[in-house]
Ligand binder design. Structure first.
Ligand code: IPE
Ligand code: IPE
Ligand code: MG
Length: 217
């Protein structure tokens, strides 16, 4: 079985730079290169949706220099992307610098009719915030049930992630897709994100194919 939706928690960029005696900020440009390699392979292997966790709501607590470096990489990529993926954002774009948010929105609009893999970028994202917002929206609309609640989540219309891959060695979700991950297969890779390769994606798909999903039944 091929995962239809693969989500990547791209952790370990700062440590990658530190280990080379570089400022942590140098890790983010390398992280972007790895992201593009990973996404290309994910699409080649047949997934129709990929999500990348690029910046959490809690990451706003990082030093300004670090958040600026991350947003500069995001902005530059958003403004220059001219491929075939269809890009969508989840998270609170109103909290990120306006110039970055504008480029993100432009990118989503510009790629909306593309025919390639759907790419979801989680930026300023918090699974807990998303759940609270969805509860608020669904409550305003009347009765809350699974259907109305799921339509109020930022991930509305997306298949739940079949496989969540976290690099960097930590074994946690850090607020990612807390509702949607209910039956996701989890894979923790002991590699820093900028070191991820196409072969690591092949290995992740191979690992997924060997698992038995039961969904409680
Ligand atoms: C994760 O990389 C990506 C972002 C938070 C933007 P980190 O910056 O957390 O890298 P490590 O985990 O400190 O190495
Ligand atoms: C998770 O990484 C968020 C992203 C990869 C964007 P963190 O580095 O922020 O997570 P913690 O703090 O180690 O849990
Ligand atoms: Mg980290």
């Amino acid at each position: 079985m091929i995962p239809r939706h693969v989500a990547y928690i791209m952790d370990g960029n700062g440590r990658w730079a530190e280990r080379r005696g570089l400022p942590r900020t140098a890790g983010y440009a390398e992280g972007l290169k790895a992201m593009l390699t990973v996404l290309r392979r994910t699409e080649e292997l047949g997934a129709d949706t990929a999500t990348v966790y690029a910046f959490s709501a809690e990451n706003f607590a990082r030093p300004a220099e670090e958040t600026a470096a991350i947003f500069s990489v995001v902005k530059e990529w958003c403004s220059s992307y001219d491929g075939d993926m269809k890009v969508r954002f989840i998270g609170d774009l109103s909290r990120i610098p306006a110039d970055v948010g504008n480029e993100a929105e432009n990118l989503a609009a510009r790629t909306a009719a593309n025919g390639g893999m759907q790419l979801v970028i989680a930026l300023g994202y918090s699974g807990r915030e998303d759940i609270v917002n969805a509860a608020r929206t669904a409550a305003k609309q009347g009765e809350i049930d699974r259907e109305s609640f799921e339509k109020a989540l930022s991930t509305r219309g997306l298949p739940a992630p079949d496989l969540i891959v976290r690099s960097g060695g930590e074994k946690r979700l850090s607020g990612f897709m807390l509702y949607e991950a209910a039956y996701s297969e989890l894979l923790f890779v002991d590699k820093l994100w900028p070191d991820m390769t196409a072969e690591d994606v092949d290995a992740a798909f191979g690992d997924f194919a060997a698992r038995t999903r039961k969904f409680g039944a």
